[in-house]
Design a protein around this ligand. Structure first.
Ligand code: SF4
Length: 343
């Protein structure tokens, strides 16, 4: 780790305290992830940008919220979000190894709510028993792998007892703390198939030999891995960077699954790239990459409208908004910030 970035990893408390209490996330980074940064100025380095807080986090557009995808609207039991017909999301734990400055789940991540309790699990299990349409469970947070293996698998098994769900473990650990993916963890998860691990890589520099080792441990146990990237201004909002990223993921046996348009999360406007720019980047990538390496460019519609692929959902572009068709057939407006915020 360079001395400059080492210093950044121990960022001044005053900077943290100055962040708006509504939009702020805790500050936290692993030594490993900080060592990937080459500059401690988040406006100059795509890794630093993802973990070093900036004054811009104090800013929120009028349409920005701490719950941009409507988790709360679809919360059916403590820590259980049932938005889509056949799958439900369990918020296992509010802690993360690195608090990504672009995180959209600001109503929960780092909130101090801690880990899921036995009484939460009892209520969740009762709900799931009565909802046989739920076939797939997403274990998320926060990062569920902040729990020790024993605790994590206790939660996993308690949920699996209800039904033979397909389990999706949503974690950033292979990216921010690859040593967390131990042989023991991979073996235990491999014993509990079917399960997928869904990770979150945004930049080619996050793909290191440590990352590759963590992924290969999962593969050895027969576990498939997919990636959800976020289109982030100043980090990966160009076709060249994303081409390198998606090629590297495929070479590591990781399927590039989604590229998300930035959600309207308070304190993250400075990370957002316009949908016009996103479409342009995807057009370029389609010329360069095979289908295997090409993710779906998707947006989570505001007001809990749901996740849709931009290509097929975009109906028209107005001066100040993109009009997209939601899964329910209704029209939703996603603000058009370009050129006010730039590309
Ligand atoms: S690891 Fe996920 S939940 Fe945690 S801060 Fe990053 S994006 Fe948010």
């Amino acid at each position: 780790m360079s001395p400059e970035v080492n210093q950044a990893a121990a960022i001044d408390d005053d900077v943290i305290a100055a962040l708006d209490p509504v939009t702020r996330l805790p500050y936290g980074v692993t030594r490993y992830y900080a060592s990937l940064a080459r500059d401690d100025d988040p406006s100059k380095d795509p890794i630093a940008a993802q973990f070093i807080p900036r004054a811009e986090e104090n800013f929120a557009e009028p349409y920005d919220t701490i719950d941009p995808i409507g988790d709360r609207m679809y919360t059916v039991a403590p820590r259980l979000v049932h938005h889509y017909h056949d799958r439900a999301l369990v918020l296992v734990n509010d802690r993360c190894a690195v608090y990504c400055r672009h995180c959209f789940r600001r109503h929960f991540t780092g909130s101090g709510d801690g880990r899921i309790t036995d009484s939460d699990l009892t209520v969740i299990r009762a709900y799931l028993e009565n909802h046989s349409e739920v076939q797939e469970l997403l274990l998320s947070g926060g990062d569920p792998l902040m729990l020790a293996d024993r605790e994590f698998f206790r939660v996993f098994d308690a949920l699996r007892e209800v039904r033979d769900f397909l389990m999706r473990v949503c974690t950033r650990m292979p990216v921010v703390l690859p040593s967390r993916i131990t042989e023991n963890f991979a073996r235990e998860l491999g014993r509990r198939m079917p399960a997928w691990v869904v990770i979150h890589v945004n930049h080619p520099r996050e793909i290191t030999s440590e990352f590759s080792l963590a992924i290969s441990r999962l593969h050895r146990e027969g576990i498939s891995v997919a990636n959800q990237a976020v289109l982030l201004r100043g980090v990966n909002d160009d076709a060249e960077t994303l081409e390198v990223l998606f090629r590297a993921l495929v070479r590591n046996g990781v399927r590039p699954y989604y590229l998300f348009q930035g959600d309207l999360a308070a304190g993250t406007a400075h990370f957002r790239t316009s949908i016009d720019r996103g479409i342009e980047i995807m057009r370029e990538l389609r010329l360069r990459l095979s289908g295997l390496a090409l993710p779906t460019y998707a947006v989570d519609l505001p007001d809990g409208g749901g996740k849709v692929p931009v290509d097929s959902a975009l109906i028209r572009t107005e001066t100040d908004a993109y009009i997209l068709r939601g899964p329910d057939g209704r029209e939703y407006r996603y603000p058009r910030e370009y050129p006010r915020l730039g590309g």
